[in-house]
Design a protein around this ligand. Structure first.
Ligand SMILES: NC(=O)C1=CN([C@@H]2O[C@H](COP(=O)(O)OP(=O)(O)OC[C@H]3O[C@@H](n4cnc5c(N)ncnc54)[C@H](O)[C@@H]3O)[C@@H](O)[C@H]2O)[C@@H](O)CC1
Ligand SMILES: [K+]
Length: 524
């Protein structure tokens, strides 16, 4: 089992668990205690988030109107108990029951607190529910939590379709209607501004496309996290975690010990890809880049990054394939590098040859040293090269399924690029990073990402951590460079070093050269 190097669930590494693991942890926590212990804690936290959202939106809590959409399970119970707490703050509360039953103690509490109860399964009740939604300041989605199966149906689907655009939506645990574990969407679902998650993340809060329906995530520890004993489904490195893992040279280091990256990138068709990949690596702090490619491309690379050394020689890791197309010399160089057993970042023009070889059993390097970096279209082409007919849209709809399948099939680490990037190794939880602005999807941005990952692998990090850290730093750098506007790949590279500097300031007691190499994941 490939283990994450930071404590899972720590400030440096957030974890998402399956619904099954969460239910088991809740059951263990409740043994010998009142069954509503956790519900009450969750409801108090939920009410607190609603208060904050109302203050932000209206400037006041008293006099606000909140509609609770209440399902049949404990997700609805959380909403009801939170609604009763909001009543005490002078909020008008309409609890709309969307199923044939509801958590009775919650119903009683709302009624006792002076809230109104609306049975939306009747025609008159549905009419009242629509009227309440039309004047709401905030809507609480307590329809389904981690027991959700398929998209919303019946009354719930009708009411969600009728939710007006203006008021804020706070989802309990997850936006109802999305698949809790896989993050897939199979029908009608809620779109939230804020999702309050209890004890851990659910997979759907980290994985596309469902994570885009969750809005901002508020994490609340209701007291069962220590009972979660199953392997996490997904992990996310936080800026603090990346800072902890980022390779910082010691006083005794020199350019060779910091990492030498060989770059086989660019062709006469795509010379710029080589420039961007090399800029990415240099600005992420690699010791030396040795560039291998056509003379004309090497000239471009050298004029953009004079510190680069042209020509092949000994390296500690390779970056292969960015911008390589129809170039026999480059393809030969890629073949030689793949056969070397050294760590490789495998991009664009090197993806299919690498995948074919590894699927056929030719694996000179273990899966933790090979990082394939396809976007969904390239992943579809890799699947085709392996004999599977998989459409690009299928990969975008089910990224977790496809990235884990591909990682197993080629026995390598696969970084599936997207607005939310997933990094999967055959033997461990997937990492999910989503720090980039929407502007990041531009030509050349993948070359920069590959360069950053190459610098990290040359420094000794394993493919999973290098991939997750590179995706995050690349996204943060694009956000910094663009300052809210468009981000080009070349301008993003100018923000890599300042972004790393910002991150390193998060390191407790950060001082120059105080991190020992033995702490880096996969260090040799
Ligand atoms: N049990 C506890 O002590 C705690 C529970 N909590 C909350 O409770 C949730 C889990 O509660 P439950 O196990 O009762 O399950 P849910 O509240 O997720 O709801 C299950 C109900 O939803 C229905 N349902 C499933 N899919 C549906 C669909 N597509 N359309 C319409 N209805 C559908 C099911 O038939 C079932 O009746 C958590 O996600 C969390 O929000 C938290 O408050 C933490 C503590
Ligand atoms: K929900």
């Amino acid at each position: 089992m490939m283990r994450p190097v930071l404590a899972v669930g720590s400030d440096g590494c957030l974890a998402a668990h399956t619904a099954e693991a969460i239910q088991a942890a809740v059951a263990r926590t409740l043994e010998g205690r009142r069954s509503d212990t956790l519900l009450r804690r969750a409801a108090a936290a939920l009410a607190g988030v609603c208060v904050d959202v109302l203050r932000d939106r209206r400037g006041a809590v008293y006099g606000s109107r909140v509609v609770l959409l209440v399902g049949t399970g404990h997700n609805g119970a959380d909403a009801l108990l939170a609604g009763a707490l909001l009543r005490r703050r002078g909020v008008t509360v309409d609890a709309v029951l969307v199923g044939d039953k509801a958590y009775q103690p919650g119903v009683d509490t709302v009624r006792a607190a002076g809230g109104s109860l609306v049975d939306a399964t009747t025609i008159a009740g549905r009419e009242r529910a629509l009227q309440a939604l039309a004047v709401a300041d905030l809507m609480v989605d307590g329809i389904i939590g981690d027991q959700g199966v398929g998209g919303l149906r019946g009354v719930a689907a009708d009411l969600v379709a009728a939710m007006p655009d203006g008021p804020a939506v706070v989802a309990v645990d997850l936006p109802s209607g999305v698949d809790p574990d896989s993050g897939e969407i199979h029908g009608a679902h809620v779109r939230a501004d804020v999702t309050v998650t209890f004890g851990t993340f659910k997979g759907c809060l980290m994985i596309a496309p469902a994570c885009y329906a969750a809005g901002r995530i508020e994490f609340v520890d209701v007291g069962f996290a220590d009972q979660l004993d199953a392997e996490p489904l997904a992990l996310r490195l936080t800026p603090g975690g990346i800072a902890e893992l980022w390779p910082v040279p010691a006083e005794t280091d020199h350019k060779y010990s910091r990492g030498v990256l060989g770059v086989v990138a660019g062709s006469d068709t795509y010379p710029g890809a080589a420039v961007l990949a090399c800029l990415g690596a240099v600005r992420a702090g690699v010791g030396i880049v040795r560039y291998v490619g056509p003379r004309r491309v090497a000239d471009h690379v050298l004029s953009a990054t004079p510190e680069i050394v042209p020509g092949p020689a000994r390296v500690q890791a390779w970056l292969l394939g960015s911008g390589v197309e129809d170039d026999a010399d480059q393809e030969r160089a890629i073949d030689t590098a793949l056969a070397s057993g050294l760590p490789c970042v495998v991009d664009a023009g090197a993806l299919e040859v690498c995948a074919r070889r590894r699927a056929a059993g030719d694996r000179p390097a273990p899966s933790t040293r090979i990082l394939l970096t396809p976007h969904a279209g390239e992943a579809a082409r890799i699947f085709a090269a392996l004999g599977h007919d998989v459409a690009r849209t299928a990969i975008e709809d089910r990224p977790l399924h496809h990235v884990t399948w591909l990682a197993r099939e080629v026995d390598a680490t696969v970084l599936l690029k997207g607005s939310t990037t997933l990094v999967a190794n055959p033997e461990g939880p997937v990492f999910s990073q989503n720090d980039g602005p929407v502007w990041l999807a531009t030509a050349g941005s993948g070359d920069v990402l590959a360069g950053i990952a190459g610098a990290l692998m040359a420094a000794g990090l394993d493919a999973v951590h290098a991939g997750a850290m590179a995706a995050s730093v690349h996204g943060l750098a694009a956000a910094k460079a663009s300052a809210g506007g468009p981000a080009s790949a070349a301008v993003t590279t100018t923000a890599i070093a300042p972004t790393v500097a910002d991150l390193l300031r998060l390191r407790p007691g950060a001082r120059r050269g105080r991190v020992s190499r033995s702490r880096w994941p996969g260090s040799r």
